[in-house]
Write a protein that binds this ligand. Structure first.
Ligand code: C2O
Ligand code: CU
Length: 437
């Protein structure tokens, strides 16, 4: 059981934003109620919370009265038990994004009503940077502040200070978008379905605009894009060490990472880094405009000896077991997968144990982060070009007109959601079901 607070150094936010200088850093960790080995047992409550973020007053929601919610931390092989209470005025669920969860613990089927409770029991098999969020009225509930990190550690990896950063944009939220009836009427498109002007976006990092932190030694940074709609095109990131579900095959020194909504990446910092986000439009990728600074961190030291697997990316066996085609979304119509809009969908089926090759094609006018529940996959190629480095992911961006091939072991029985992680698209129909049986 690891219960240390992750920040090791002094952290502060810039004075001109008027924030409490001591308050910025990794989201506080949840208390483990039962410090027995191999079990992490926490309490999680979703409740309304009013807070101020990026200059906006939000009548929002929070887990355990904090935004981001408490970080849940365990080791691979542990069991996580979450006693969840819904103190909202709406039905909710908790979905464990990226976790190889038993189907009935995935936070999709079983609604927790206002005042209700549910105990989620999750065997944590894979190390990585996961996150949790609701999976009902998701566009509204996540935007109001319901999300947090779930970190699963690999005890074989070097131990160092960690900095967990959830990036979010809040300009997506307006009074009308909070109206669920309207969302239903227009398929949740509204502002969420149409491209957000990248120039007017304000990114926050753990709720603060352009914070800074300093550490005496090296830092392992775990980044999450928790925004509903907006892409984070980051430069100056330093060394990338891991994707969403574990270390890369070797470190990536490109200094650049694109995080679509729902994406995570892990970095190691051994010197001062200043992260910048370049304007990026969902309707066309990198776009004109000046980059904005989003985070500055001082760190020092030399890179750790990461036990990179050194394995090359998986081969493409040249067959295709499943095809998902993204389309729709034009002129107020629904967002579609294989021509269908949730909930009127035909499940695709894979036999349990299939070493499946999945091809995702995007015929629509915007990009889409493709996400599958309960499974991890490797990206094989983009537009026929094999990826350079092995990455185990659960969410991958599919650019306009792109064709992305994935290799996924269908090893988790049940009915699983497959959807775009732009939450307005998901609510607007871009979700289907994969049955593994
Ligand atoms: Cu992060 Cu189906 O969700
Ligand atoms: Cu989408």
């Amino acid at each position: 059981m690891i219960a240390l607070l992750a920040c090791g150094g002094g952290v502060d936010a810039p004075d001109d934003h008027g924030h409490d200088a001591a308050a910025w850093g990794s989201p506080a960790e949840a208390e483990d109620l039962d410090p027995a080995d191999d079990v992490v047992h926490v309490e999680l409550t979703a409740a309304p919370r009013s807070f101020e973020v990026g200059g906006l007053a939000i009548d929002g929601y929070a887990y355990n009265d904090q935004n981001p919610g408490p970080t849940l931390r365990a080791k691979a092989g542990d069991t996580l038990i979450v006693d969840f209470t819904n103190a909202l005025d709406a039905d909710t669920t908790v979905h464990w994004h990226g976790v190889h969860a038993p189907n009935d613990m995935d936070g999709v089927g079983v609604l927790v009503p206002p005042g209700g409770t549910f105990t989620y029991t999750l065997p944590l098999e894979t190390a990585g940077t996961f996150w949790y969020h609701p999976h009902v009225d998701v566009d509204r509930q996540v935007d109001l502040g319901l999300y947090g990190f779930l970190v699963v550690e690999d005890p074989g990896e070097p131990v160092m200070d960690e900095l967990l950063v959830a990036f979010d944009t809040w300009s997506e939220l307006d009074e009308e978008e909070g109206d669920a009836a309207k969302d239903e009427h227009d398929h949740g498109m509204g502002d969420h379905g149409t491209p957000v002007d990248p120039d007017t976006l304000t990114w926050t990092a753990n709720g603060v605009v352009l914070p800074s932190a300093s550490f005496d030694g090296p830092v392992r940074a775990r980044l999450l894009n928790a925004s509903n709609t907006s892409y984070l095109d980051l430069s100056g990131v330093g060394l990338r060490i891991a994707g969403e579900q574990g270390l890369l095959d070797t470190s990536d020194t490109s200094g650049h990472v694109l995080l679509g909504p729902g994406d995570r990446a892990e970095l190691e910092w051994t010197r001062t880094v200043s992260l910048e986000a370049s304007p990026y439009s969902v309707a066309g990728g990198a776009t004109l405009g000046e980059p904005v600074k989003v985070l500055r961190v001082e760190a020092a030291g030399s890179p750790a000896d990461w036990p990179f697997a050194g394995e090359p990316p998986a081969d493409d066996p040249g067959r295709t077991d499943l095809v998902y085609v993204f389309s729709g979304g034009d002129h107020g119509e629904a967002w579609l997968i294989n021509g269908e809009a949730w909930p009127d969908v035909t499940p695709s089926v894979l036999a349990l144990g299939t070493d499946a090759v999945i091809e995702v094609r995007n015929l629509s006018a915007t990009e889409h982060p493709f996400h599958v529940h309960g499974h991890a996959f490797e990206v094989l190629s983009v537009d026929g070009v094999p990826v350079a480095s092995r990455q185990v992911e659960d969410t991958v961006n599919v650019g306009i007109r792109q064709r992305v091939r994935l290799r996924m072991l269908a090893d988790n029985p049940g009915e699983w959601m497959v959807h775009c992680h732009i939450l307005g698209h998901e609510e607007g129909g871009m979700m289907t079901v994969l049955r593994v049986e």
